[in-house]
Write a protein that binds this ligand. Sequence first.
Ligand code: GDP
Length: 471
Amino acid sequence: EVLEIPVNTLITKLISNGIMANLNQEIDFETAYIIAEEMGITLEKIEEIDEIEVIESDLDYEDDEKDLKPRPPIVTVMGHVDHGKTSLLDAIRNTNITDGEAGGITQHIGASEIVINDKIITFLDTPGHEAFTSMRSRGAQVTDIAILVVAADDGIMPQTIEAINHARAAEVPIIVAINKIDKQNANVDRVKQELAEQGLLTEDWGGSTISVEVSALKRIGIDELLEMVLLVAELEELKANPNRLAVGTIIEARLDKGRGPVATVLIAKGTLNKGDFVLTGTSYGKIRAMVNSKGRRITTATPSTPVEITGLSEVPEAGEILYSVEDEKMAKDLAEKRRQKIKDESNKGTARVSLEDLFSRIQEGEIQDLNLIVKADVKGSIEAIKQSLEKLSIEEVNVKTIHGGVGGINETDIMLASASNAIVIGFNVRPTNSAIELAKRENVDIRTYSVIYSAIEDIEAAVKGMLAPEF
Ligand code: GDP
């Protein structure tokens, strides 16, 4: 049809080339190319396209230069342990409490907005380069400027160098805060010498690295540091289009007993509104409420603003991109496609496993891997459970956690368990009703615990063939 030639002509051509083709035959690209060439047509191979990626890049389209407006800088504080990162963040937040807010509670949502000289600076509350890089590894760059804290009494240490390298890899400008200058053994010159050795030549030494001497403890130099952040931000010409559907990054997420999934989004472009339909990972929904870093309810959030949102169907992962979409159906469809993709990707399962029949199947050599999906109420528990359970691996069977997440056990977990022949472990969380239904249909074993030890005991017993049947 595309070539606008009769089928028979094409079949004859193929046969004359030694391919006994019929009407419904598939031929490979090389053959098609040669045949087409003979007919004076050049074929071009189109790479297989990923539908989800196409939709995402449609949602995350580039803006016209003329639509871009200045936006606040987003800053991460980095440096060696005990050099004063947390203290510096506290000092910054405290100098910024205006009279009206004094005594008010600053909400912990994962990022704070600081106002200086009528300009806003957004600070990420989690200091250190680990969080910064783990986001980046997921494709989200949420930092514009890094403040590198170096204690004047200690100088450049291994994590200082790591932080410098991580900031450089991300091409994020560095402002050095030489901290603890109140200390008697503070040696600012030595710090500058060591910075120079790392290729960070400070301005007073003839270089271009901005450095500010501060004391987080005594609140010295904080305003100057913030002014330097604004100066660098200005040079960076940070801009975004506020007039479009929002795109942002999830920087924190958790399950709240009363409010359900709660997530903090840092807006990258566009404006997020209460009532917007959003999609992030396999989670979607309509934004029910938005709270800013001062704990106030707001209805719109512009670029570089951190906001805590509620209304999502499940707890998303930090680092996941959030998109505003036109309508709920689109959000739901795309979430479903993502879910399917995750399932396809991990689809190498055999018959479903359960703790009851685990031992006999290990004995029969049918199972070499005991795959687990661990869901818990807080992130810390996931790691603890994961490590304890994986230690139970024996020669015959390897216990491994294929997925860990915060929040109740939902249908996605069951689908993943079903696809990868895993058992779902819930710690202080329960399956939703629809997850229970689905688990029944898919024969997925769900086990919930409130004591880590009980989980360890069960898995150990199952691995060793001593599990008492569950009634
Ligand atoms: P982090 O590990 O980098 O987050 O460091 P912290 O903020 O927890 O600080 C480590 C220790 O250094 C704490 O005991 C702080 O009280 C102390 N500290 C932080 N900043 C200063 C400072 O400017 N002067 C002095 N003397 N001590 C400080």
